[in-house]
Design a protein around this ligand. Structure first.
Ligand code: SF4
Length: 291
């Protein structure tokens, strides 16, 4: 952590700017931190042109970015000027999908279309394959057990769910015979039919990185059937946007293997590096086996 107050101020300002560019509207600070930061910034009040609001609340330990990790300020992308426009276009697209009946069997089975959720200006977009039962009920992707794990993964990156965008290739839950429990993998032709909606979401949001969660999502986006083990950790391309495949959170839930968790975490570290997000030594060591 820089000891020189000027350097510390500059570092913190760069960090806050980087957070703001991910769409973050507020940061949480412990009361002790608030007092320290107040004294640090009192002489230069007004130096932050568009400050984030500060919420006094304890931040879970695993979510606290270390000050060491921000010693090198991340590069800050330019401020977007079309935030309301992106939100308006996404809402118009959402309304279009809400009445979509391109797949009559899915339209008849669904409770509702599960469009996607998150920041219209997200730098990072996660996509899975299709909504499950819980997503179909709530109308939001990744809200079941796998979704909760995805949220924890996002938080481990130092972000919040609201900072990113989360979607699926298929917007309707794949149908099942009456009384059949669980969920079904979407068929390639079903994903092909619905993919234009995700393409449009991506062209509106213009994320810097897309993470494909699971082999089915990867196949739906690229046609590749090599499996995640062969392709994870490698940036591919989707419509000119870097695409990183990794395991689906539900796979991690079914196979609670520390090495698997580490592999997924290493993929997310690659994403963080590409996005110039601060990474602490503690974050770098997540899921490493103790020798
Ligand atoms: S899956 Fe997609 S294309 Fe098919 S009915 Fe639902 S929204 Fe329309």
């Amino acid at each position: 952590m820089p000891k020189d107050p000027e350097r510390l101020r500059a570092t913190l300002l760069a960090y806050v700017e980087a957070l703001r560019c991910t769409g973050r509207q507020s940061v949480r600070l412990r009361s002790g931190w608030r007092r320290g930061l107040s004294s640090l910034f009192l002489p230069i009040q007004g130096a932050v042109s568009r400050p984030l609001s500060v919420v006094q609340a304890p931040l879970p330990k695993e979510n606290q970015p270390s000050l060491e990790s921000i010693a090198t300020p991340p590069s800050v992308p330019p401020e977007p000027t079309d935030r309301p426009e992106r939100a308006r276009r996404l809402e118009a697209l959402r309304q279009t999908t809400a009445g979509c009946r391109r797949c009559p069997h899915l339209a008849a089975f669904r409770s509702q279309v599960v469009f996607g959720v998150g920041n219209p200006h997200a730098r990072l977009l996660f996509t899975g394959e299709a909504p499950g039962a819980e997503e179909d009920r709530q109308g939001e992707p990744f809200v079941g057990p796998a979704g909760k794990l995805l949220t924890r993964m996002i938080q481990a990156m130092g972000l919040q769910r609201e900072d990113v965008y989360i979607a699926n290739i298929l917007k309707c839950r794949p149908d099942l015979p009456p009384g059949t429990p669980g969920n079904r993998k979407p068929a390639p032709e079903e994903m092909d039919t619905c993919l234009p909606y995700l393409r449009e979401q991506i062209s509106i949001i213009r994320p810097e990185i897309i993470v494909a969660l699971g082999a089915t999502a990867l196949e739906g986006l690229t046609g590749l059937r090599k499996g995640i083990s062969a392709l994870r950790g490698t940036f591919l391309d989707f419509q000119g946007t870097p695409l990183l495949p990794t395991f689906h959170p539900s796979y991690l839930l079914h196979k609670p293997d520390l090495r698997l968790k580490r592999q997924v975490w290493e993929d997310l570290l690659l994403v963080m590096e590409r996005l110039n997000l601060p990474i602490s030594e503690r974050q770098r060591g997540f899921f490493l086996t103790k020798s």
